[in-house]
Ligand binder design. Structure first.
Ligand code: SF4
Length: 377
C-alpha cells in the first residue's frame, strides 16, 4: 500500500499566516509541469511495486492547474504504477478558483475528493489573512462542487485568530454544518517565523488570543463536532462516518509515499527525503538530471519517534502490541515509564492495548510527545 503526493508550488499571493513552500512566479508553471512528469519517470521504482491507494495534489494552490493538466499527471501515475481500483484522489483548492466552469471540467477528471481552503467565513478575517476570496465565494465554491456531483469535500478553517471570540468561532462552525461537507480540518493559528503574521506579532501589530480563549475554542470545536456527527479522528481532523482522509491517514500509519515537486517529502520506511524548496532550482535540476533532493537514513530511534509522534495524534493512539513486537525493548520500556505520570494525571490512557491522548491531554500534546520520544544520547 502506498501514496503519491504532488506539490504544486504556485500561489497568486502569500497568505499572512502561511509557511508552506510556494512561489508567486506563475510563469514557471509550464516548465514545472514538464519537470514533474520527468521526476515521476525518474523515480518510478521508489514505491517498489506497492499499490498506490491515494494521490494527493497539495500546495501551494493545485487549483491553479487546469483540470486537463491534473489529469495528465494522474495518467502518468497510472502508467507507471499499479493503482488501486478506487484510489482516493484529492486536490487542495482555493474557493475563488472553483467556478462552475472549472468544477465542471474537474468533474470529468479522476479527482474524487476536494480539500477547500476556506479558513474563515468572516470577510474582515479573510482580509487580515490576505486571502484572495470572500466568505460568499467560499460558500458558492462548496455549492458548485456539490452541484457538479462531488460528495467527498473537506474544508479547512483556522481558529485562535486575533480577537476571535467564542461566538465568532461558533458562527464559523455553524456555516460548516450548513454546507453539509464530509470532512473538516481545523487548525489553531500559529505565528510562524518568516510569515507576515510572525512579523506583525513581533511588532505588536497583532495579539495572540489568550490560552483560556484557545482552550475554550478547542472545546467548542470538539463539542460541535460531536453534535454535527463528525468523528474526531486526529488532533486537527474531523470526518463524517467513512470519510476520513485516506491519504493523511496513511502518513499516520507508516505507509510509504513518494512526494514529487519542489519541497515534496518522500518516505519508504528506511529513509526520508525532501526535494529542494526552490521551483527554478527544481526545474533546472530535473532537466539536467542532477539531484534535487536530500536524503536521510532513518535510525531505529527515528523510526520509533516518528511512530510515537504520528500515532499519538490519532484517535487510535499508539499500538503497544506493535511496539512490543517490532521496536527495541528499552525504547518501549522508556516510553511506558515516561507515560506513567501523564496516565496518573488523566492526560493519557490505555485502552485495548493502545496508549491514547485523553481529551485534556490533547491540550498539552506537544509536551507529552516531547516526553515520550527517545533521544540518541
Ligand atoms: S495558505 Fe495556501 S494559498 Fe495561502 S499562501 Fe499558503 S499555500 Fe498559498
Amino acid at each position: 500500500m502506498a501514496g503519491i503526493y504532488i506539490h504544486v508550488p504556485f500561489c497568486k499571493r502569500k497568505c499572512g499566516y502561511c509557511n508552506f513552500y510556494s512561489t508567486t512566479r506563475l510563469e514557471l508553471k509550464a516548465n514545472y509541469l514538464q519537470a514533474l512528469q520527468k521526476e515521476l519517470q525518474q523515480r518510478r521504482d521508489y514505491l517498489n511495486g506497492e499499490q498506490v491507494q491515494t494521490i494527493y495534489f497539495g500546495g501551494g494552490t493545485p487549483s491553479l492547474m487546469e483540470p486537463a493538466e491534473i489529469q495528465s499527471v494522474i495518467d502518468t501515475i497510472k502508467q507507471l504504477h499499479s493503482v488501486a481500483d478506487n484510489p482516493e484522489i484529492t486536490i487542495e483548492a482555493n474557493p475563488d478558483d472553483l467556478t462552475l466552469a472549472y468544477i465542471g471540467q474537474l468533474a470529468q477528471t479522476s479527482v474524487n475528493r476536494l480539500s477547500i481552503g476556506i479558513q474563515s467565513f468572516d470577510d474582515e478575517m479573510l482580509k487580515l489573512m490576505n486571502r484572495r476570496h470572500t466568505a460568499q465565494q467560499a460558500i458558492d465554491a462548496v455549492r458548485n462542487c456539490q452541484q457538479a456531483g462531488y460528495s467527498n469535500i473537506s474544508v479547512d478553517l483556522i481558529y485562535g485568530l486575533p480577537q476571535m471570540t467564542a461566538d465568532d468561532w461558533r458562527r464559523q462552525l455553524d456555516n460548516v454544518a450548513r454546507l453539509n461537507v464530509q470532512h473538516l480540518s481545523a487548525y489553531h493559528l500559529s505565528y510562524e517565523e518568516g510569515t507576515a503574521f510572525g512579523l506583525k506579532l513581533k511588532q505588536h501589530k497583532l495579539e495572540e488570543v489568550s490560552e483560556d480563549d484557545s482552550l475554550e475554542q478547542f472545546e467548542i470545536l470538539t463539542d460541535w463536532a460531536k453534535t454535527a456527527g463528525f468523528e474526531h479522528y486526529e488532533i486537527s481532523n474531523f470526518a463524517k462516518s467513512s470519510f476520513r482522509s485516506r491519504h493523511n491517514s496513511s502518513y499516520w500509519n507508516r505507509t510509504i509515499y513518494l512526494g514529487v515537486g519542489p519541497a515534496a517529502h518522500s518516505y519508504n520506511r528506511t529513509t526520508r527525503s525532501w526535494n529542494t524548496a526552490n521551483t527554478a532550482e527544481y526545474i533546472k535540476g530535473i532537466e539536467s538530471g542532477s539531484c534535487v533532493s536530500e536524503e536521510e537514513q532513518l535510525s531505529p530511534t527515528d523510526i520509533f519517534n516518528d511512530y510515537v509522534i504520528t500515532a499519538l495524534r490519532t484517535s487510535s493512539g499508539i499500538d503497544m502490541e506493535y511496539l512490543e513486537h517490532e521496536q527495541p525493548r528499552q525504547m518501549v520500556e522508556y516510553l511506558r515509564r515516561q507515560a506513567e505520570s501523564f496516565v496518573c494525571d488523566g492526560r493519557l490512557e490505555y485502552a485495548t492495548n493502545h496508549l491514547k491522548l485523553t481529551h485534556s491531554g490533547i491540550f498539552i500534546s506537544d509536551e507529552i510527545m516531547e516526553a515520550l520520544i527517545v533521544s540518541d544520547n
